[in-house]
Structure formats: structure tokens, C-alpha cells
Design a protein around this ligand. Structure first.
Ligand SMILES: C[C@H](O)[C@@H](O)[C@@H](O)[C@H](O)C(=O)O
Ligand SMILES: [Mg+2]
Length: 439
């Protein structure tokens, strides 16, 4: 059965520009992204095996999704007539089908729209692969030998900090105890924190109510959006502290609005609320700026970033420069699972914990696989690690993330957990879907 499905050939693909009107209630709003419409540039690969499809997406915020869809078109067409077996036998080469196109490379390289598109396409291939072998993606990776794991990674530009041989060594250290951690995860789940209560556009009353509800759900860690107006940040932080007490953990996220010195000054006024970290205090491209902020706020407040870090090379430098305390991998900002594996390995080498970014369309569904891979195969640690949980749009996903008392239960359904209901795809496709006609 498994063998047959792996022998499938990709026959065609479908690309959709899908937009949810989340800006109506300011869900997902922050100091930089004031009115995001949670969206997805979505791709489906069809095969010659009935019912076997690979679904992948990259998160977008509304306008601009059509640009990413058009970049996906340039990449997806390269996969038609390819056999799945050939693609998965050498995932490094498969990743390079996207990143190594000599003409498309010019509009990157490995960053921007073309890289977002690569993320969607590569994630769809992983979904296809996992479905063909009837495993969730995390389990597919957890069952790999260190050599197979490393074969998925393009080490170009990172061998100065991590060679394939060192990566194999690192993975071998955790081999013998993988099964134990897998069992533990299936029994206990993976810890998470919530961002859903702290969106910038919500009223103080709504924040208070949502924090209370989140506490009832078992959450102990909460993220607040900051950076638009200092008085309002202070007022909002006092409300949250009042609700969560001294024992609750508060994180803050500025979504890149500040200059380096402004970030330091602003945060000094928020330190009294004991934030665990400040996320995206400045431009994601400013490696040394992050290092400066980290140094200035140390040890009272840590620094986190990742959702806009464009590739493994920038992550490498953030680690080398001791610029961050938390590594917020994103499932589709970089080139899908392959490149994330490289980042997870480097983070482990530099002892920086992984806290994935998941505020977006179906991101929690994907990153749960990545944190499980980090724990089971790479770091073997839950210390300072959590998943981000946001409470939006799960009803459109066939296999939504499962929470039990704020812990995420590992997904057991085969694939990468992002497949949308057909009706939702139709209704939310922009601009033709039913939802967009109503406006
Ligand atoms: C526009 C989005 O909702 C962002 O605010 C969100 O990704 C956020 O930065 C997060 O950390 O979840
Ligand atoms: Mg963020």
C-alpha cells in the first residue's frame, strides 16, 4: 500500500488566493499590522493515485496574496510529471528545484515573495509524502535515521557553524531516547501560550475577558501586543498583570515598530511588568540591532524574533551575534520543513530554545509538528519552549490543532495538518468566493 502511493506521480496543481476578513474585528492586529486579513497563498498537488493530494500554504495578510500565488505558479509547474518517490528520495535536491532556479533566484535569493512561495510548495510536498506513508509529518521525521534527516537539508552557507557530519553526530546523541520522548508527548502534550487575548485593536474590556477565559482554559503564559502608544501599553500591561498575578508569565511583541534606541527606552518603561521577552523589537534584518537591545535589557527582559527572518543564513548570524534568547521559527516564511530543520539544528548548537511563531492562518497546525521534531529528535528539552496558540480560523481546517488544558496533543492524522475544507476554499477564494461577494 505505502509503496504504491509513494510511486504516485504529480499530475496537476491548483493555486488559490484565500482571504479571511479578520480585520473586521481586528483579530491578529498589532502595532505594525493594524488591520490584517488572515490569508493564505494555497497550493494543492494532485496525483495519479485517487484521493492522494498534497496541500501547502504560506501565510499572508490580505493584499499581496495574489503576488505570492503568481510566484507559486512559477514553482509548482516544475513538479508536474515528477514521481513522489524521486522527490522524497533526495529532499535536498527537491528543495533546490525551487531555490536553485537560476532565473527565479534573481528575485530572491532565498528571501521575499519567491521564498514565501517556496515555503508553500515545499510544505505541500511534505504533506503529500506524509500522506503517502500514512504518518503525520512529525512522525515521518521522528522515524528518520540521522542520515535521512540530514539529507533533507541544504547546508550551503551554514557549514561554518554546522556541517552535515556534525548534524549527524548531534542527532545520534538523541537517537536512543527518541521513543521515550514520543511516548511522553502522546501522553502529556506540548505546552503552549496564547496570543489571542492581547491583539492591539481589542478594547481593554475585551482583553480582560479573554485573559480570564484563557486562564480558565489552563493557560499560564500570555502575549501582549505593544509599541503603538506607551500609555496604552502600560495601562494594558497593568490589566493583564492584575488578571494573571505574579505567577503568570507575560510576553510582549512590538512587531518591528521601533528603532534600536527607541526599543530600549520604551521597554525600560515596561520592565516593571516583568515581561519574559520582547519580540520583534526592531527590523528583522538588523542582527546587530537585536544584539544591542538584548545587551541593554539583559537580564530583566529577553529578546525573541523569527517570524520575519527570511532564511537560515540570517538565523545563523543572529545566533553567532548572541542577538536573541528565543528562536521563533516560522513554518512558511522560510523554505518549508527542509529549511526549518536546518534552523532547529543550529538553534540547538547555540542552545537557543525554539518557540515557533504561529499567529496566522493554520500556522499552529504546522508548527506543532516542528516543535515535536525539535523535542523528540534534536534538543530533547522542553526548557523555555512553548508553542504559540491563536484561536482563529481552526473551523476551516480539516484537522485543527487539539488543545488539552493548554497543552497541544500531537496530531495523528497523516500529513501536515493544513488541509482546508473544500467549501471554505470556495467561499474564501479572493475575489470570487461567496464571502467576498457580500461586500
Ligand atoms: C499580523 C499577525 O497577526 C501578527 O501580529 C502575528 O503573527 C504576531 O506577530 C505573532 O507573534 O503571532
Ligand atoms: Mg509576533
Amino acid at each position: 500500500m505505502v509503496k504504491q502511493l509513494l510511486e504516485s506521480t504529480i499530475t496537476s496543481y491548483e493555486i488559490r488566493d484565500i482571504r479571511f476578513p479578520t480585520s473586521q474585528h481586528l483579530d491578529g492586529s498589532d502595532a505594525m499590522n493594524k488591520d490584517p486579513d488572515y490569508s493564505a497563498a494555497y497550493v494543492i498537488f494532485y496525483t495519479d493515485s485517487k484521493g492522494l493530494e498534497g496541500h501547502g500554504l504560506t501565510f499572508t495578510c490580505g493584499r499581496g496574496t495574489e503576488v505570492v500565488c503568481s510566484a507559486i505558479e512559477q514553482l509548482a509547474c516544475k513538479f508536474v510529471n515528477k514521481s513522489l518517490n524521486e522527490l522524497v528520495k533526495d529532499m535536498r535536491a527537491t528543495h533546490q528545484i525551487c531555490t536553485g532556479d537560476s532565473q527565479l533566484r534573481w528575485i530572491g535569493p532565498e528571501k521575499g515573495v519567491i521564498h514565501l512561495a517556496t515555503g508553500a510548495v515545499i510544505n505541500a510536498i511534505w504533506d503529500l509524502w506524509a500522506k503517502a506513508v500514512n504518518k503525520p509529518v512529525w512522525k515521518l521525521v521522528a522515524d528518520m535515521t540521522p542520515e535521512e534527516f540530514v539529507q533533507c537539508i541544504d547546508f550551503r552557507y551554514i557549514t561554518d557553524v554546522l556541517t552535515p557530519e556534525q548534524a549527524i553526530e548531534m542527532l545520534r546523541e538523541k537517537e536512543a531516547t527518541k521513543v521515550q520522548r514520543e511516548e511522553e508527548m502522546l501522553k502529556d502534550g506540548y505546552p503552549s501560550y496564547t496570543t489571542s487575548a492581547g491583539w492591539l485593536g481589542y478594547s481593554d474590556d475585551k482583553v480582560r475577558r479573554l485573559i480570564r477565559e484563557a486562564k480558565e482554559q489552563g493557560f499560564t503564559h500570555f502575549k501582549q501586543k505593544v509599541g503603538s502608544n506607551k500609555e496604552s501599553d502600560i495601562r494594558r500591561a497593568s490589566i493583564i498583570r492584575e488578571e494573571i498575578g505574579d505567577e503568570g508569565v507575560l510576553m510582549m511583541d512590538a512587531n518591528q515598530v521601533w528603532d534600536v534606541t527607541e526599543a530600549i527606552d520604551w521597554m525600560k518603561d515596561l520592565l516593571k511588568f516583568k515581561p519574559l521577552f520582547i519580540e520583534e523589537p526592531t527590523s528583522p534584518d538588523d542582527i546587530l540591532g537585536h544584539a544591542t537591545i538584548r545587551k541593554a535589557l539583559y537580564p530583566q527582559c529577553a529578546v525573541a524574533t523569527g517570524e520575519h527572518i527570511q532564511n537560515r543564513i540570517v538565523f545563523k548570524q543572529l545566533f553567532q551575534a548572541n542577538a536573541i534568547d528565543y528562536c521563533q521559527i516560522d513554518s512558511c516564511r522560510v523554505a518549508g520543513v527542509n529549511e526549518v530543520l536546518a534552523i532547529i539544528l543550529m538553534a540547538n548548537k547555540f542552545k537557543v530554545p525554539i518557540i515557533p511563531h504561529a499567529g496566522g492562518t493554520f500556522l499552529v497546525e504546522m508548527v506543532q509538528h516542528l516543535s515535536l521534531i525539535d523535542y523528540i529528535c534534536v534538543s530533547g528539552s522542553l526548557d523555555r519552549r512553548m508553542l504559540e496558540y491563536v484561536d482563529h480560523l481552526h473551523e476551516h481546517c480539516k484537522t485543527p490543532v487539539q488543545l488539552k488544558n493548554s497543552k497541544v496533543t500531537p496530531p495523528l492524522v497523516a500529513g501536515y495538518s493544513v488541509e482546508m475544507y473544500r467549501q471554505s476554499i470556495e467561499d474564501y477564494t479572493f475575489p470570487t468566493g461567496k464571502i467576498h461577494q457580500k461586500k
